[in-house]
Ligand binder design. Structure first.
Ligand code: NAD
Length: 331
């Protein structure tokens, strides 16, 4: 019988009860092997002969991939697949899939919620009104959204879902995404910025929706943050390491950046020393932008559809390394 390994602390945080996965695995004549231990050796010995591996935010290293004997699929039950060494999987001819669009609208809504809550200083006002005083002066200055520019880093599924929401508030939208064709910008009526620095200089709000890659690692570093308009608000629901968190902390502390809405961190959960936790102008949420009851349901259905199909000999639908079948993502 084939085995499907489920692993990663976050997967079991979402589903302590794995009956759904066990039931669906039967469609591929497979059994689920849950690996709840965080020990890498336990994980390695469980995946060695597995036919499929399903994880959330669990690192699957080159070494682990090289030890696999009969793996037909590595699946991340998430949009981001930066936890998997995709190059190593491609070299071994192992398809890697994600679940690309189960939560697009929820992430767009969470991003806009962070943006509006930070710009309207809701957490400060809530705290002051309940515990201290009835005085709006404490929140000054607050600026209007209408006529202001939202700069998007990444105009993929989530970036595109944000556009009508921002326009509904009367904002102009610009985006930096070197991999999207002009016609998409035209269709959405979004100003194309060919240079990230130009967009940073011209935006009142910045929202990040690019994947974490070697190219986007610390894309917003000290130098880039130094280009921003004073009073800018930054939202990051993408991946923590796209911003240099220490540089962001210094910009927020000095007031150079007015506020930040942060759903993702370089290390999750953050330890007590994570400096953004201690700033009033940083609103922090626990990597929850994806969540709604509907998304939670959708991700496991789509993930298990993909796994069952692949183990039954079909092509993966959500493949991120089509090179293993002789295609590239631009074919
Ligand atoms: P997507 O693949 O549809 O879009 C990503 C876009 O980023 C693409 O258009 C791509 O061209 C662009 N991009 C790639 N490199 C870039 C670069 N160097 N500069 C600017 N743009 C670049 O993905 P999506 O569905 O929009 O998701 C975006 C990211 O959001 C995911 O990669 C994931 O990390 C994150 N995410 C977070 C949560 C959460 O709960 N916080 C949930 C889902 C997704």
């Amino acid at each position: 019988m084939k085995t499907i390994v489920l692993a990663g602390r976050r997967l079991f945080m979402k589903w302590d009860n794995i009956a759904y996965f066990e039931e669906r695995a039967k469609e591929a004549n497979a059994a689920i092997v849950p690996v709840r231990s965080e020990d890498e050796n336990d994980f390695r010995s469980a995946v060695k002969d597995a036919s499929a591996i399903i994880v959330i935010a669990k690192t699957i290293s080159r070494e682990a991939i090289e030890s696999l004997s009969r793996c037909e699929l590595i699946l991340t039950l998430s949009v981001g697949h930066d936890c998997v060494d995709v190059n190593a999987a491609t070299k071994r001819g192992i398809p890697v899939s994600n679940v690309p669009a189960y939560c697009t609208d929820d992430v767009a809504n969470h991003s806009m919620s962070l943006l509006m809550a930070v710009a309207r200083k809701l957490t400060l006002l809530n705290h002051e009104t309940k515990h201290t005083r009835w005085d709006y002066n404490v929140a000054k200055p607050i600026y209007t959204f209408r006529g202001k520019c939202l700069g998007l880093i990444g105009l993929g599924k989530i970036g595109r879902a944000i556009v009508p929401k921002a326009k509904g508030l009367g904002m102009q939208v610009a985006a930096y995404d070197p991999y999207v064709h002009d016609d998409i910008f035209q269709l959405l009526d979004v100003k194309r910025e060919y240079e990230l620095n130009e967009m940073l200089k011209n935006s009142d709000y910045i929202s990040i929706h690019a994947p974490l890659t070697p190219e986007t690692y610390h894309l917003l570093d000290k130098k880039a943050l130094g280009l921003l308009r004073k009073h800018v608000v930054i939202v990051n629901t993408s991946r923590g390491n796209i911003i240099d968190e220490q540089a962001l902390y210094e910009s927020l502390k000095s007031g150079r950046v007015a506020g930040a809405g942060i759903d993702v961190m370089s290390s999750e959960p953050p330890d007590e020393s994570f400096s953004l936790l201690y700033l009033d102008n940083a609103l922090v949420t626990p990597h929850i932008a994806w969540y709604s009851e509907e998304s939670l349901e959708r991700v496991r259905i789509q993930g298990m559809d993909e796994t069952v199909n692949v183990l039954n000999g079909k092509r993966p639908r959500y493949i991120v390394n089509p090179e293993v079948f002789g295609f590239s993502n631009t074919d």
